[in-house]
Design a protein around this ligand. Structure first.
Ligand code: TRP
Length: 356
């Protein structure tokens, strides 16, 4: 295929991914998810959204949900998600998703939803709140994906069972309504091993849940806080003989260094370690400064966005408009396939958008 044509084909590939509104993002989120989105927005037609409806399954307090939605959007933009390159929106701004969710619920079966590992986990975690939304979480997620007829979905391993269901629903819908409307969405996998971001407290994964927040670097941490946290990172008493294998906490520091520092810096400290000359204080100082170098421009953009709530609203509005255009096209074809409503009808006029 000629190069230009190949490029166009790549650009036509539709990618969807949802982000749970968690509020304060950390380095684990940055290297685990955000960097992938930055790469994908350069290559494909991307739809990235904040999954605020999904968040309701755990009954967040309204003020928390409101804060987390805004914060997550600000942070993704500050990290370089670009509304010129990708369609960035808030799920609840696109009511077409809820309608598709309704249709998909008719072809989703109770048994398969109950068997879903994430559902079983939630039942264990919140036995007093096993609501129907929790059960049909994967159906809503399938609606998010199918509403744009996406071919690829970049997600972590924990989401693969949900994606499997989305593929089942696409196939079932096509079969039941004798159409080829929905492609079967594939997980988007990156070459090589998925990036693992360890914590500073010796834990294998930087994460807000579980271990304490001391091992976590938030994208919003000011330089002094970063220096403090890195200084207090767990190490050991140093290698006793050349070539001694690294303990896990030290290995973790090197993993972080590899993510934020230059190859020369990493090599320098590796050699120091090998020859038993390493000074962990020096390594930590370098690590902290390189993290600060990565986060400074992000924090500067974040400040601009914070100072400019109208701009954030305009971005969200524009994103929702584009997402709805794509969503309405799919929904029109869904309605035709099902023959719901009256034939040849024009959809009722759209009233003024809801305001918050
Ligand atoms: N369930 C996903 C998560 O917890 C978030 C999500 C919602 C999503 N809808 C999606 C991811 C659609 C990909 C595609 O991370």
């Amino acid at each position: 295929m000629p190069q230009q044509q190949q490029k166009e084909t790549q650009q036509n590939i539709r990618v969807v991914s949802g982000i749970r509104p968690t509020g304060d993002l950390h380095l684990g989120n940055y290297f685990g998810a955000i960097q992938n989105f930055l790469y994908l927005q350069e290559k494909h037609t991307c739809f990235f959204f904040i999954a605020d409806w999904h968040a309701l399954t755990t009954h967040p307090r309204p003020a928390e949900l409101g804060y987390a939605t805004q914060r997550t959007l600000q942070l993704y933009l500050a990290c370089g998600l670009d509304p010129q390159k990708a369609t960035i929106y808030i799920q609840s701004h696109v009511p077409e998703i809820a309608e598709l969710y309704l249709y998909l619920n008719m072809i989703a079966y109770l048994g398969e939803l109950e068997r879903c590992p994430t559902f079983k986990e939630k039942v264990r975690l919140q036995p007093d709140n096993v609501n129907a939304g929790l059960l049909t979480y994967p159906v809503l997620m399938a609606a998010d994906i199918l509403i744009h007829r996406a071919q690829y979905v970049p997600v972590g391993k924990d989401q693969l069972p949900h994606l499997e269901l989305a593929r089942d629903y696409a196939r079932r819908f096509n079969h039941l309504y004798e159409t080829d409307l929905f492609p079967e969405p594939q997980p988007y996998t990156f070459q090589g091993e998925p990036i693992k971001v360890p914590g500073l407290d010796g834990s294998p994964k930087m994460s807000k849940t579980g271990s304490s927040e001391k091992g976590v670097i938030f994208l919003t941490d000011p330089p002094e806080v970063i220096r403090q946290k890195v200084k207090r990172a767990v190490t050991d008493s140093g290698p006793q003989y050349p070539g001694q294998p690294m303990s896990e906490p030290v290995q973790n520091l090197f993993t972080l260094l590899e993510l934020v520092s230059s190859p020369e810096t990493v090599n320098y400290f590796r050699e120091q370690y090998q020859s038993c000359k390493i000074r962990y204080a020096e390594l930590k100082h370098q690590l902290a400064e390189d993290i600060i170098r990565l986060l400074t421009p992000i924090q500067e953009r974040l400040k601009e966005l914070e100072a400019n709530p109208k701009q954030l609203q305009a971005i969200a509005y524009e994103g929702a408009t584009r997402a709805r255009t794509s969503a309405r096209e799919t929904l029109q074809r869904v309605r035709e396939a099902i023959q719901i409503g009256l034939k040849g009808e024009t959809p009722p006029p759209v009233p003024e958008p809801l305001t918050l």
